[in-house]
Design a protein around this ligand. Structure first.
Ligand SMILES: [Zn+2]
Length: 263
């Protein structure tokens, strides 16, 4: 890649943010207009989006045969802009399961790295999380502020957070999909249903509110390693997806103080 201006997807994203003088929420329409990239909606069925650059035409095509959430669509468009901008990416890209972030395809991962930096620029995010405790409320507020999904924002926040934390998706059968671990998070999640967790309660009880914050022993969620401590679980039922979004974080002194006040 040494013949290109930059070597990393993030650098291409930073270049666009600074040369277009953008601040979050990033105006993707403005970027597409300036780059003369057209966005079309067509039923593609088997894939989420396409980028086609051919014979002077530059098109991003979004599948409209499925429900598209605005934040999800923004990430898809940013991902396709990434393919277009990175000079070593081919002129035809067929993209699916973009926000699963589990592709083995390096080109797909680079487009996601580009989209993450474009929509949630590191420099802005660092300012916004400086000195703050990582909570579900913070992640939700920032997701709204930057116009991205909860998962995309949680991944960005945990990428730079100092606290020991993990974000995961929990399904009724006990399947857990870890979205992101902070650098300092070392624990291993227990297998199967975590029956004493708030996530599990949210999926098995019809009387609970859509969100629970709780203080638990670490051994409820994590495999034993001889060291038990208090953790904060914040879980939110995502009704439209039939799953729970969970943030687990090692409790700090302030959490323990809050807990004492609550009693
Ligand atoms: Zn792609």
């Amino acid at each position: 890649m040494s013949n290109y201006i930059y070597n990393y997807p993030e650098q291409y994203a930073q270049d666009i943010v600074s040369s277009f003088d953008l601040t979050p929420p990033i105006d993707l329409t403005k970027i597409c207009e300036t780059l003369e990239l057209k966005i079309n909606y067509e039923p593609l069925y088997s894939i989420e989006a396409l980028l086609i650059v051919s014979a002077g035409k530059k098109n991003i095509i979004i599948d409209n045969s499925r429900a598209i959430y605005p934040q999800r669509e923004r990430f898809t468009i940013a991902h396709e802009i990434g393919h277009y901008i990175m000079p070593w990416h081919e002129n035809l890209q067929q993209c699916d399961k973009i926000v699963n972030f589990d592709s083995d395809d390096e080109v797909e991962n680079q487009a996601n790295d580009f989209a993450s930096e474009l929509l949630v620029p590191k420099s802005n995010l660092l300012e916004d999380i400086k000195g703050k405790r990582i909570t579900l409320t913070l992640i939700k507020d920032l997701a709204e502020q930057y116009g991205v999904s909860l998962v995309v924002m949680a991944r960005r926040v945990l990428q730079y957070a100092d606290s020991e934390a993990v974000v995961l998706i929990y399904y009724p059968n006990g399947k857990k999909y870890v979205q992101m671990k902070s650098k300092t998070f070392k624990e291993e999640l227990k297998d199967g249903c975590i029956t004493k967790s708030s996530a599990h309660k949210l999926l098995t009880s019809y009387n609970t509110s859509a969100e629970i914050k709780d203080v638990l022993e670490s051994s409820i969620w994590f495999k034993e390693n001889g060291d038990t401590y208090k953790i904060i679980e914040e879980s939110m039922f995502q009704n439209n997806l039939g799953r729970v979004f969970t943030l687990l974080r090692k409790a700090d002194d302030d959490d323990i103080l809050d807990l004492l006040w609550d009693i």
